[in-house]
Design a protein around this ligand. Structure first.
Ligand code: M6R
Length: 609
């Protein structure tokens, strides 16, 4: 994780670095720092523990003036959050500064080697080996030294480097961690993500693994490890910078929850049109190819994994292709059976999650075809997959994923319908009905968002709980898992999700007087079974909030509160049912005084294993 930025130009670097870091704080926020080559030709470093505003305060007290520098916001992996462990890290003579996102896996070996050569280490980080290595290899050219140093590194990294010996250049490189270059007149930037540069420029380069970039105010050169020049196309960002602002909402999470009707619509636009075939953008999968798939793996982490579980239900139900859903970190190490008739669908909001990327590379090596469902144009997943289906959720800033999840569900439905059409498992009429139901979803989501009273009250009454349980069957079980994750992430309340039918096999032992249970019951064919589960926990003293479809008001007789969703095709109900659960977590988090958008110990994008 972590966010890195760099600036070279005519303006005051410190101001631009801090502005850039503000947009990257979602990647980590336990400490922050910058290194600037000041107007007296000295390398000045300022680092703080905690949030970025601490750095801003520090810089107000002791401003740094200079036109070139690098910055970092940290999510600690090696070494506790502290001023010493925060980045930038410097070499022994204080002439080279480095910011790093990723993990240097062989740092212990490198550290010992450097200690033998007389280098001293003062931090617990893996990163500190990098400035020392560059120092070791420096023979008059910072680019050469950086290339030599990087050749010694194993692991993942996006690095930004400045040196007093070449005071007008930033050198940067990436491997398995995101890095973009922002291009502007008389100034250039590096950043972990586009929002960090979007107030300054819309023209960017996406760097590939092992590409080095050398930036000065006059231009940008991209080089391979042999210093051969690489030509790259400029990507012009079309989305609005406002999309990454709170627009009047108290928190990004609340804003993003409310954006769901719009992004659901955006993700369907041009793909789901009544009377026309489903379109998968540029993905060219013929009927023959689809018929050959003997297995589909959906692989992802966290919320994206929960979207994958819905994907399994709908692809199997509509297209009758066997689907396995895997957590990426498990998939990559379990020697899965993959061949050229395997289709892998990787789901990743950021497109940079380390485990998801590794799982995808493994499947590609074994000959599988890979479709990426991702939200970030130009992300590593999008570049390496055979095909991409973008979710058009726009930038998602809150660490807890909401709108990205909804759009991932939409993508799953689109893929399932496309397969069903090609495999002939549904008639054209049946497909048209589901498409029509899908197109009605945005209005129904708006309706759900307009009725938050029950949820707000339940949150007010229960924010002091220490445990909560989520129950569901079928698609509702997938929703329960996602609802439970949301609660854990932002309110720190312990919660578990169970398939209703599993209750009697153990978990019911945990139910006692006052235990809170959220029962998701939107599936008509499983409704009565869910009602039985609700009764089972009620009998043992649980307090139950049900989420059900309108027309099932009877459920209230068996529980303590109910939130009703507009009538909807049950297959599509997860898109509506997740909204009250997102809101519940949000209001509980607020009532507890938690940091909703930046929950403790988490980062938005998990680019380390
Ligand atoms: O960017 P990705 O979709 O690959 O991220 C996967 C998970 O890290 C992510 O969904 C995480 O679980 C979120 N914090 C959930 O709210």
């Amino acid at each position: 994780m972590c966010g890195i930025v760099g600036y070279v130009g005519k303006r005051n670097a410190a101001d631009l670095l801090v502005k850039g870091l503000e947009k990257l704080e979602y990647r980590g926020y336990d400490s922050a720092g910058i290194a600037v080559i000041n107007s007296n030709g000295k390398l000045e470093v300022q680092k703080v523990k905690g949030r970025l505003f601490n750095l801003e305060e520090k810089l107000k007290e002791s401003p740094i003036k200079g036109n070139i520098g690098i910055g970092h916001t940290r999510w600690a992996t090696h070494g506790a959050p502290s001023v010493l462990n925060s980045h930038p890290h410097i070499n022994r003579t204080g002439t080279i500064a480095v910011v790093h996102n990723g993990i240097i896996e062989n740092y212990i070996e490198l550290r010992e080697w450097l200690i033998e050569k007389g280098y001293k280490f003062i931090t617990d980080t893996d990163t500190e080996v990098v400035p020392h290595l560059i120092d070791y290899y420096y023979e008059g050219d910072i680019v050469d030294a950086s290339i030599k140093a990087v050749k010694k590194l194993q692991g993942s990294y996006a690095l930004g480097i400045v040196s007093l010996n070449d005071p007008n250049k930033i050198v940067a490189v990436r491997k398995d961690c995101p890095l973009i270059v922002g291009l502007n007149k008389d100034e250039n930037f590096i950043a972990s993500d586009i929002p960090a540069v979007l107030n300054e420029t819309r023209d960017v380069y996406f760097l590939e693994d092992n590409e080095f970039v050398v930036l000065s105010e006059n231009g940008v050169e991209i080089l391979d490890e042999n210093k051969e020049k690489i030509e790259k196309e400029v990507y012009h960002v079309t989305w609005d910078a406002d999309a990454a602002e709170k627009s009047g909402y108290d928190h990004f999470m609340l804003k993003e929850i409310h954006e769901q009707p719009k992004v659901t619509k955006d993700t369907m636009t041009s793909r789901i049109i009544l009377g026309e075939d489903i379109k998968l953008d540029k993905i060219n999968l013929t009927k023959e190819q689809i018929d050959k798939f003997n297995k589909v793996y959906i692989v992802a982490c966290g919320t994206a994994y929960h979207a994958g579980i819905v994907g399994k239900y709908v692809i199997e139900k509509l297209a009758r292709i066997p689907v396995e859903v895997d957590i990426a970190s498990e998939f990559r190490y379990r020697n899965p059976i993959i061949d050229k008739n395997t289709l892998m669908i990787v789901v990743s909001q950021s497109g940079e999650t380390a485990d998801t990327l590794a799982a995808m590379r493994l499947a590609k090596n074994e000959g599988a075809r890979v479709i990426a469902v991702t939200n970030v144009v130009g992300s590593t997943v999008s570049r390496e997959a055979d095909d991409v289906l973008y979710t058009w959720a726009g930038p998602e800033i809150a660490v807890a994923s909401t709108k990205a999840y909804t759009t991932q569900l939409v993508a799953m439905y689109i893929i399932a319908l496309y397969f069903a059409k090609n495999k002939g498992t549904l008639t054209d009429e049946e497909i048209e009905v589901i498409k029509k139901d899908m197109l009605e979803l945005p209005e129904k989501e708006k309706e759900v968002l307009e009725h938050q009273d029950v949820i707000k009250k339940f949150a007010k009454d229960h924010f002091e709980e220490t445990d909560m349980f989520y129950l569901g069957r079928g698609l509702d079980y997938a929703v329960a898992m996602e609802g439970s994750l949301k609660l854990k992430e932002i309110s720190y309340i312990h919660s578990e999700a169970y398939a209703g039918g599993e209750l009697k096999h153990g978990p019911i032992a945990l139910i006692e007087f006052g235990t809170v249970v959220i029962a998701v019951a939107t599936q008509p064919d499983l409704f009565e079974k869910m009602v039985s589960n609700i009764k089972e926990v009620k009998t043992r003293g649980a307090k139950v909030l049900a989420v059900a479809l309108k027309g099932n008001e009877n459920v209230e007789k068996t529980c303590d509160g109910a939130m009703y969703l507009p009538e909807v095709n049950p297959l599509l109900a997860p898109i509506l049912a997740i909204i009250p659960l997102q809101l519940l977590s949000y209001y509980i988090s607020i009532a507890k005084g938690c940091d909703v958008d930046k929950p403790r110990n988490l980062a938005k994008s998990v680019t380390v294993e």
